[in-house]
Design a protein around this ligand. Sequence first.
Ligand code: COA
Length: 444
Amino acid sequence: MEANIELKKTLARLIPEWNKDLRAFVKENGSVKADEVSIDQIMGGMRSIKALPCDTSYLDAMEGIRFRGFTIPEVREKLPKPAPDAVPSPLALWHLLLTGEMPSAAAAQELEEEIRRRSEVPAYVMDAMRALPKDMHPMTQLSIGVLAMQKDSVFAKKYSEGMKKDEHWDAMLEDSLTLVARLPVIAAFIYRRTYKDGTVIPADPKLDWAANMAHMMGVDNKDYQNLCRLYLLLHSDHESGNVSAHTGLLVGSALSDIYYSVSAALNGLAGPLHGLATQECLNWILGLMKAYGGRTPTKEEVEKYAWETLNAGHVIPGFGHAVLRNTDPRYVAQSDFGAKYLPEDPIYKTVTTMLEVIPPVLRQLGKVKNPWPNVDAMTGCLQQHYGITETDFYTVIFGVSRALGITAQAVWARGIHFPLERPKSVTTRMLKDIAAKSKAGAAA
Ligand SMILES: CC(C)(COP(=O)(O)OP(=O)(O)OC[C@H]1O[C@@H](n2cnc3c(N)ncnc32)[C@H](O)[C@@H]1OP(=O)(O)O)[C@@H](O)C(=O)NCCC(=O)NCCS
């Protein structure tokens, strides 16, 4: 049954306005240059080239992420909450990402109910997942689970029946609602099957989307439910140029449906330089503590261990960022959570010592553009405290969260008829010719 909720009505009102506005804007300004591209950027992973539109969030190098213009403290204050002392539900943030408008408490509640209604995962998807080896990486299992659901894509079906272009966003939203509803069920299934006895814990209809993920994983702790809300909110969106979001957008630009897009995006998220960094960071902290008999190391000991890592040719995980040039506000939000709920936890204390010691060490290297902690420095420590010790699983939780941003961007892209992506390649010979001509021009 199709959704008949405030979220959809809001999008139905806004999308024609966005379309009209953008069409007129591009018609009038299409030839204005937004950026120039250097050889450094082409050979450096297209770093910082202004070439992708994204309205769901914006990453400022100093200030960090803003979701639809709102900072992390602002969304935490303004979004409706499942209980007065709770962190807002990530689904309320999803409403904001999708529409640009803060949902009312009633609209947020209605969305929770719509999601609950769609959360049953088809038996053939569960069967496909049960057929996988238990020691397959949880991210591979997640990606396969998402892809298996493609069979029932509303977008794919309606497209094959000749759906009109203006209806594309609606079908994309329908699929996104279903996908988001089922992701925590699949993630919890992977967790229970890979690390526990495999029994499936049914959802609790009284709990919101994020808290239910904690419950289905088998962690019935109110503080961990709040952590789940916080984590799933903080990791949801980070512009459209990061590997997972960009993969989702790129695959979607071929009019592939949301299951194809998100499954591909998850494969990118699984990489060590992206989502896997959380797991690597916690392993680094645990290695550091192990080197000192499992206790919280002193500042001098952290410094010594950091230099050993660097001298062995490795990076210090949890520090540095491709875009940010300051402490990640997502780190700050999680660190505040730690200070409130687990100030005496030895791992938490180790991370706070790292915050003092690592930035000056990285500065001494002279090449690190951002010596400050990123979100991954704190994430694993909090999960570990609540008994989620299986570091391989952390990227799965990240994936559930990132799906919110990717689906919001996908619906937006369909709404504005974002075209097929097709940048132009050049050979290195051509780049050398361009450089030679530029030098000759400068000399003349
Ligand atoms: C995130 C990251 C990949 C960004 O890379 P980047 O954009 O190339 O960062 P920079 O421009 O600052 O890198 C310049 C140099 O400093 C090094 N550097 C950056 N962060 C570093 C860190 N945490 N430890 C050691 N060296 C680091 C880079 O490896 C690079 O060295 P090179 O020139 O010898 O290749 C990088 O900071 C890193 O590897 N961090 C650790 C892993 C991590 O936390 N990832 C999660 C990010 S959210």
